[in-house]
Each structure stands twice: as structure tokens, then as C-alpha cells.
Design a protein around this ligand. Sequence first.
Ligand code: AMP
Length: 216
Amino acid sequence: MRIVLLGPPGAGKGTQARRLADSTGMKHLSTGDMLRAEVAAGTELGLLAKSFMDKGDYVPDSNIIAMIQQLIADPAGVLLDGFPRTVVQAKALDDSLEAAGLPIDKVINMSVSNDELVRRLSSRAICTECQTPYNLVSDAPSTEGICDKCGGDVIVRNDDRPQAIMNRMKVFNELTVPVLSYYKSRGDVAEIIATGSPDSVFEALTQAIGSVGHSN
Ligand code: AMP
């Protein structure tokens, strides 16, 4: 199966995709996680990406497509989280999958109100090692700054600071809302309201996907 998870920053795509990957064996492909790993490793791509990410801008399409292209035909099936984010990326994904003879099985749009997104993003922190997300108000690590799962450093991302949050919302509306229209115009997009608890959102997600036991 190949599933595209769409939704604004803060919708919970990463949390849900990780959970779904654990329960199905599908490969979780998060372009945000990949870019943060490049930044942490100080690679050329990481240095370039950081200059865009810190402001909440998108990394250029050509870099993103080159980074992910080889991974999307994984035989375990893939959950795409944070990609495609532009219509150019969506078309590149179509081309690559067509060349590999593989369809997109589901496009799922996770929607959350703007107020809730800003609330979530401004209290969000993340482990720099395993990428586990925390909410500093309702779900803080038991020792401040230390990940409960792996002992890594838990930090607030530069792009979760107020100025960058506003820019990320603007960029999402300009560049990613058209991706939703692109998929809607050619077939069904499953819509889920991602406002409830992680458990209830996961239930809605698995229902939207149908049979999650099938991983490829
Ligand atoms: P995320 O963790 O998905 O919120 O992504 C964090 C940041 O990485 C975004 O705000 C962008 O700067 C960059 N990024 C992640 N995925 C993409 C993508 N598909 N296209 C362009 N930039 C991306």
C-alpha cells in the first residue's frame, strides 16, 4: 500500500504515521524527519535545508524529490508524511509511481482548526534523536529536556517559534492546499477530523484506510 497523509503542520501526521507504521510494517517516510537528520549530520543538503526550515519556508522541490524518489517504491509499502507538499512534488510522485507500476492507494487529509494548530505547535517539543513529539503543556517528558523513550535531548524546533509558525501556515495555504485540490479533482480523498485524542484520531485513520493488515 502507498498512503499519502496530508494536513497542516501540527495536525499530528507524524504521530499517527509512526503508529500506523508500527502496526502495519509499512515504511514511514517523513521528509521533515529526513531533513532534520541531514541538518543534524551537517551535510550539504542539511545546511541548505536549515536556511529554509528555520523560517518555516519549504525546501526547494528539486532537493526534496531527489531525496525521496528512491524510497517510495519500498516493497513493504509506504506512508508518506509531509510529502508531497507542492503540486510539483505531487506530479513527480505520480511520475515515479507510474514508472514503477504502483498506485497511490489512499490520500488522507487530516484537518484541524487553525486555533488548535497554533495552540499545538506553540507547545510542541521534539526529541532530537528518535523524533518523539511532546506537548510541553499536556504531555511533557518526565525529566525536563530528556526524552522518556531514548534519553535524547527534547527541544523546541526553531520552526515551532511564533514567527515561523505564522509563516508555515501561510506557506501551507499557498502551496499545499492546492495539493489537496489536485488529489480531490481526480478521485477520492478520505477526510478525517484530527482534533480528538491521538487514540480517536488513530481509529478514524485506520477506518479511513480500511484494511490496515495489508502492508503491500
Ligand atoms: P515537518 O516535520 O513535516 O513539519 O517539516 C519541517 C520542515 O521541513 C518544513 O516546514 C519544511 O521547511 C521542510 N519540509 C519537509 N517536507 C518538505 C517538503 N515535502 N517540501 C518542502 N519542504 C519540506
